[in-house]
Design a protein around this ligand. Structure first.
Ligand code: NAP
Length: 279
């Protein structure tokens, strides 16, 4: 069989972890494939589309996740629901778009035994918070967005969008400073604590203590102050590298139906973190 061709496209795309992660996944599944990096300017996306059609599949990062949609032949139902595509498969002349972040998020939590049920609090209301919120609500969680005061109108707008999309979602919004009470799962979807400002934490020690489970979308550093403190309190806590890796695993499922051993994926999370440190 001839060597398969894959790539990631974006702009700018200098520090992407995608080649490291996807090359390992191809090695694990025994598929002979190349995985390149294509820096494509937004104004060149249409002109470069014939190059993309020549690939077996590709991943998409900022700023092309929406712009690619009108160029494709088909959209998977989740990509349609989120209005965003991060993975394309070119098979039998059909270019089909998928979004793998939602399933990657759910799988990351599942393997960390972090429940998306009970009282779920998401810190922030940006891009990744939106995905996490829909997935938590689809699992019938009682969801609160906790945001800084200036973000309240943005959170309310997102809540209105969610209410017009899902049937009777249990969703509300609170200012971070007003958070209190026991939390089943606390999720950080803000950049607070990310490198280089690794000394910061998005909520008080008291809130961390009242959270039975904690997930931090941040993957650099691998263990944020939030995760460290949650673990030292005895809470179940996991960092964002698992989501980054699991959303890539879901992409391979769409490309070639590959299944992986969980131990291999856990090892990939560790190795991807080491690779990130080296950079
Ligand atoms: P985004 O769209 O810019 O959203 C960031 C959110 O955080 C916004 O709600 C923003 O509020 C809020 N925020 C920013 N600074 C804050 C502060 N000092 N205090 C409280 N809230 C603050 O970003 P994103 O794409 O959702 O990404 C958020 C984080 O998730 C980043 O660290 C990113 O690296 C990580 N991430 C991880 C993965 C993964 O696979 N693990 C995937 C995607 C993203 P305003 O809107 O009011 O500014």
């Amino acid at each position: 069989m001839s060597k398969k061709k894959y790539a990631v496209i974006g702009h700018p795309i200098g520090h992407t972890m995608s080649p490291f992660i996807h090359k390992r996944l191809f090695e694990l599944s025994g598929i002979d494939a190349s995985y390149g990096v294509l820096d494509i300017n937004p104004e060149n996306l249409k002109n470069e589309y014939s190059t993309l059609r020549g690939l077996d599949g590709y991943n998409i990062t900022i700023p092309h996740k929406q712009a690619i949609i009108p160029l494709l032949n088909e959209l998977d139902s989740k990509a349609e629901m989120y209005g965003s595509v991060n993975t394309v498969s070119n098979r039998d002349g059909i270019s089909k778009g998928f979004t793998t972040d939602p399933d990657g998020f759910v799988k990351a939590l599942e393997y960390a035994s972090i429940p998306l049920s009970g009282r779920v609090v998401i810190l922030g209301c940006g891009g990744v918070a939106r995905t996490m919120a829909y997935e938590a609500l689809l699992k019938n969680a009682s969801l609160e967005f906790a945001v800084r005061p200036q973000s309240v109108p943005k959170a309310q707008k997102l809540i209105a969008e969610i209410k017009s999309t899902l049937k009777n979602p249990d969703v509300s919004c609170v200012e971070i400073g007003a958070l209190s009470g026991d939390i089943t799962t606390l999720i950080n979807a803000t950049p607070v604590g990310m490198s280089p400002k690794t000394e910061l934490q998005p909520v008080s020690d008291e809130i961390i203590k009242s959270s039975a489970n904690v997930y931090d979308a941040i993957y650099n550093p691998l263990e944020t102050v939030l995760i460290k403190k949650a673990r030292s309190n005895g809470s179940n806590a996991e960092g964002g590298m698992s989501m980054l890796v699991w959303q890539a695993v879901v992409a391979h499922k769409h490309w070639d139906g590959s299944n992986y051993d969980v131990k291999d994926i856990e090892q990939l999370c560790v190795d991807a973190a080491k690779e990130l440190m080296k950079r």
